[in-house]
Design a protein around this ligand. Structure first.
Ligand code: PBG
Length: 329
C-alpha cells in the first residue's frame, strides 16, 4: 500500500511528541527483578567480583544485606536469589536445608525489608556435586521423577523462610504440579510460582555457571533444557506449566528469543517475564567497558525490545545499575 501523504517524521520532531505517541510504556522500577548470588561462608565480609560479569558479585549474607540496602534505597522492589552452598552432594541436601544459604538469605532480607519482594530460584544444580539439575542414574542420566520430590521440598523450605514467590528453573517434567501440590499441602496456597517454562539449552548461561559454581561436571543440559531451534515446543511447555498451576511464565534467554516471547504473550494470558541472562549482560557490559557502544542506551534498547515482545517483568543484572543511575524510576 503506498500512501503519498504519509510522513512518519511529523510525529518524531520533538521529544514531547515522541513521548506522546510512544507505544511501549517506559520501564518502571516495579518491572525490574535483580538477581543476587549469595555464598555460604565464614568470611562475613566476603564479596568477590565475578570474572565474566564485571559489576556482579558473589556475596556473603552480610555483604548481600549491604548491597540490597543500597539498592532498596534507590527503588529496587524485587530480587531473585541464587545460593552457593559450602558443601555439595549427590542429593543436593543443602537445597532444601531449612538453614541453607538461600533460606537464611530470605529470612534476613524479609526481616530487614518486609516490603521487598523476594523470589527464589528453585533448582538443584548449585547444590549437586555433579552440577546437574536433578538426580543422576549410575549411567549419568538425569532422572525426572525422583527429582520432583526434592524440588518440591526445596520450594516449601523457601516458602517457610518467607519467600514471596518461587521460580523453578530445572526443566523437569511435572515440577510445577509437584511444587504447587507441596506448597498447598504445607499451607502456602498464596505463594505464586513463576515458572521458567520456556528455558533453552543456551550458551548464554556461561558466565552464570562461573557465578553460581554450577557448571555440570560432565555432559550438558540438552537432555532437559529446550533446543534453541524450537518454537512450537515452547507453546507446549508453557501450556503444560499453566495447566499445572504456574502463575507467571519466564522466557529465557530473552534477547535471542523475542519471537518466542511474543508468541507466549499472544497465546496465553499470564504475565510474561523476560530473563536477560548472564551472557547477554556480559556482552553488553564488555562492549560498554571498551567504549565500543553507548552502554546505557544499549541496555535500555535491549529491555525495550523485551517489553515490545510482551514481557512485563524483566530479570536483569542491570536492575541495580539502572536504578542507581536513575535510568529507571
Ligand atoms: C539454574 C539456572 C541457570 C540460570 C538460571 N537458573 C543456569 C543453567 O540452567 O545452566 C542461568 C541464568 C543466567 O545465565 O543468567 N538451573
Amino acid at each position: 500500500m503506498s500512501n503519498a501523504f504519509f510522513r512518519g517524521r511529523r510525529l518524531r520532531r520533538t521529544p514531547t511528541i515522541r513521548a506522546m505517541v510512544r507505544e511501549t510504556p517506559a520501564l518502571a522500577a516495579a518491572d525490574l527483578i535483580m538477581p543476587y548470588f549469595v555464598v555460604e561462608t565464614e568470611d562475613a565480609g566476603f564479596r568477590k567480583e565475578i570474572g565474566a560479569m564485571p559489576g556482579q558479585y558473589q556475596l556473603s549474607l552480610q555483604s548481600l544485606k549491604e548491597k540490597v540496602g543500597a539498592a532498596v534505597a534507590n527503588g529496587l522492589k524485587a530480587v531473585i536469589l541464587f545460593g552457593i552452598p559450602a558443601k555439595k552432594d549427590a542429593l543436593a541436601s543443602e537445597a532444601y536445608n531449612p538453614n541453607g544459604i538461600v533460606q537464611m538469605a530470605v529470612r534476613m532480607l524479609k526481616s530487614a525489608w518486609p516490603e521487598l519482594y523476594v523470589i527464589t530460584d528453585v533448582c538443584l544444580c548449585e547444590y549437586t556435586s555433579h552440577g546437574h539439575c536433578g538426580m543422576l542414574t549410575p549411567e549419568g542420566e538425569v532422572q525426572n521423577d525422583p527429582t520432583l520430590d526434592l524440588l518440591a521440598q526445596t520450594a516449601v523450605s523457601h516458602a517457610r523462610a518467607g519467600a514471596d514467590m518461587v521460580a523453578p528453573s530445572d526443566m523437569m517434567d511435572g515440577r510445577v504440579a509437584a511444587i504447587r501440590g507441596a506448597l498447598d499441602a504445607a499451607g502456602f496456597t498464596q505463594v505464586p510460582i513463576m515458572s521458567y517454562a520456556v528455558k533453552y539449552a543456551s550458551a548464554f548461561y556461561g558466565p552464570f555457571r562461573e557465578a553460581a559454581e554450577s557448571a555440570p561436571a560432565c555432559g550438558d543440559r540438552k537432555a532437559y533444557q529446550m533446543d534453541p531451534a524450537n518454537t512450537r515446543e515452547a507453546m507446549r511447555e508453557a501450556l503444560a506449566d499453566i495447566e499445572e498451576g504456574a502463575d507467571c511464565i519466564i522466557v529465557k534467554p530473552a534477547g535471542p528469543y523475542l519471537d518466542v516471547m511474543r508468541q507466549v504473550y499472544d497465546n496465553f494470558d499470564l504475565p510474561v517475564c523476560a530473563y536477560q541472562v548472564s551472557g547477554e549482560y556480559s556482552m553488553i557490559r564488555a562492549a560498554g567497558l571498551n567504549g565500543w557502544i553507548n552502554e546505557d542506551a544499549v541496555i535500555m534498547e535491549s529491555l525495550t525490545g523485551m517489553r515490545r515482545a510482551g514481557a512485563k517483568m524483566i530479570i536483569t543484572y542491570f536492575a541495580e545499575y539502572l536504578l542507581e543511575k536513575g535510568l529507571v524510576r
